[in-house]
Design a binder for this molecule. Structure first.
Ligand SMILES: Cc1cc2nc3c(=O)[nH]c(=O)nc-3n(C[C@H](O)[C@H](O)[C@H](O)COP(=O)(O)OP(=O)(O)OC[C@H]3O[C@@H](n4cnc5c(N)ncnc54)[C@H](O)[C@@H]3O)c2cc1C
Length: 451
């Protein structure tokens, strides 16, 4: 049982009415508000379009004229989704379409949750190369923001897309790949939902594999000194340094042929969450002593599981998050500076940082376009104001040429983004050609795309 159930955003009655009578959109009952997972975003869309298939989607796009925003599982912290027009919900677009065992590729419907994708692919003799911390996201939502996991040799999910189908705002169906229309393909692999609706995604996969996971505790200063070598030593390496404390949690994973051993990850997660809550209740000045004694005493753990279970066991209370990816060689210095700034300013924060490595890919707006990077995340429990922490940390990311994660909180507009993402201007030109009336834009996208 995953405690990370998403906020309900689909009102059954309104959705069923729209699906049954897709061409009478404006007669739909008043829509329920939409909220994202953390609850920091609320929108009042005019309605929700839930096409049953691609033909119905095309008809809906052709027969409507107002603003549209595709929505996945609502797990983004940045306002990519909110609209007062219609949300496009692909809850009917789920499942495995076909696999190619020779090429080791699989085509999935874009609304498939990562959790379902893992099991469907496993049954078909395939596995995704990597996954993010959780698996509640939809495939389309995840690639739209270049969602990633960790591993020096592993790309973001967008880096494993070999083909996709995009339905443009005008209702044109485009089958894209690196061979067929490479420019549109590389733009659509991380599209922010600004180019149209992605309905199918083909992924390059590999045979199923198991991972041995080792959880341990390290002195933050010591592990930062060997960060590059430690990360390179494992298939996946994830560091969570406590702010206001001297220790970090380390998760290191290697491929193994050992049989899967049932894990106690849920219990471990529960203990971790209780610790974070205790830190949160403790005055900042007293936290170092608390963290150092609690964390240094944590026993190391080990488990073996299939990749899709081993990679996505991070469960948490609601929080908000900022994440930037800095060039790989700048990671340790950037991490140190954040730890020092938060400690010296006594800024409230209970959840540890997260430090992950990601390999380069070719998608125009990928955070990893052009070279490997290190993703550093800062979290604040959702019941607290995240601004003091995020406004203190964000300029540190800028100093190291960090690129913001599109799905997480950041404050950048077109001018700064275009200096960080060399293909942003090309992306804007393509967006204008596919969506000349700007139906797919909301205020947040207009700001980021310079409109
Ligand atoms: C608890 C938690 C853990 C997370 N862990 C990680 C992590 O480990 N690594 C990481 O990189 N990120 C992580 N994220 C961020 C998350 O993966 C991204 O924000 C992701 O984009 C959310 O996917 P979603 O399905 O919820 O999409 P949404 O948040 O609903 O939408 C995201 C974007 O996708 C677009 N979109 C959705 N469907 C379509 C479609 N069919 N066609 C075109 N565009 C579409 C939307 O318009 C929007 O622009 C985490 C978020 C949470 C809340």
């Amino acid at each position: 049982m995953k405690p990370l159930s998403r906020r309900e955003f689909v009102a059954g009655a309104a959705l069923a009415a729209l699906a049954a009578a897709p061409h009478r959109l404006h007669a739909a009952p008043a829509a329920t508000p939409w909220r994202n997972w953390s609850g920091n975003l609320v929108a009042h869309p005019a309605g929700r379009l839930a096409p049953r298939d691609e033909d119905e989607l095309v008809t809906m796009l052709r027969r409507t004229s107002g603003p549209l925003r595709p929505v996945g599982a609502g797990h983004s912290f940045s306002p990519l989704v909110p609209t007062d027009g219609h949300l496009v919900v692909l809850s009917e677009f789920t499942g495995l379409v076909r696999t190619d065992p020779q090429a080791m590729t699989a085509e999935l419907m874009a609304g498939t949750r990562l959790s379902d994708a893992g099991r469907l692919l496993h049954a078909a003799g395939q596995a995704m190369f990597n996954l993010p911390d959780i698996d509640r996201q939809t495939l389309a939502g995840a690639i739209a923001t270049s969602t990633h996991g960790t591993g020096v040799n592993l790309k973001s999910l967008s880096g494993y897309v070999t083909a996709l189908r995009l339905v443009t705002p005008a209702g044109q169906v485009l089958d894209l790949s690196a061979e067929r229309d490479p420019d549109t393909f590389h733009a659509a692999c991380v599209s922010l939902g600004a180019l149209g609706i992605v309905t199918r995604i083909t992924l390059r996969n590999r045979p199923p594999f198991r991972l041995q996971t080792r959880f341990s505790v390290a002195k933050t200063e010591e592990i930062i000194d060997c960060l590059e070598a430690c990360a390179a030593d494992y298939r996946h390496f994830d560091l969570m340094p406590f702010l206001h404390g001297d220790y970090a949690l380390v998760t290191a994973q290697r491929e193994t042929d050992d049989p899967a051993v049932p894990t106690t990850a849920a219990d471990d997660d529960a203990g971790f969450i209780e610790l974070v809550k205790l830190i949160d209740r403790t005055p900042v000045a007293e936290r170092r002593a608390l963290i150092n004694s609690a964390v240094s005493g944590m026993a190391p753990g080990e488990s073996v599981d299939w990749s899709f279970d081993a990679l996505t066991n991070f469960r948490f209370d609601r929080f908000n998050e900022m994440e930037y990816s800095v060039p790989a060689d700048a990671g340790p210095a950037c991490l140190r500076e954040i730890l020092q700034a938060v400690a010296s300013d006594g800024i409230e924060v209970a959840i540890p940082l997260e430090y992950r490595t990601v390999a380069a890919d070719e998608a125009w707006l990928s955070m990893y376009h052009g070279g490997p990077r290190v993703a550093i995340s800062v979290h604040r429990l959702a019941q607290h104001d995240f601004r003091p922490l995020f406004t203190r940390v964000e300029p540190i990311f800028w100093k190291y040429e960090g690129r913001p994660h599109w799905g997480k909180v950041h404050s950048l507009g077109y001018d700064r983004l275009s200096a960080l993402y060399p293909r942003l201007g090309d992306f804007v030109a393509l967006q204008e050609s596919l969506d000349p009336r700007g139906r797919m834009l909301n205020d947040h996208l207009r700001r980021m795309l310079g409109k």
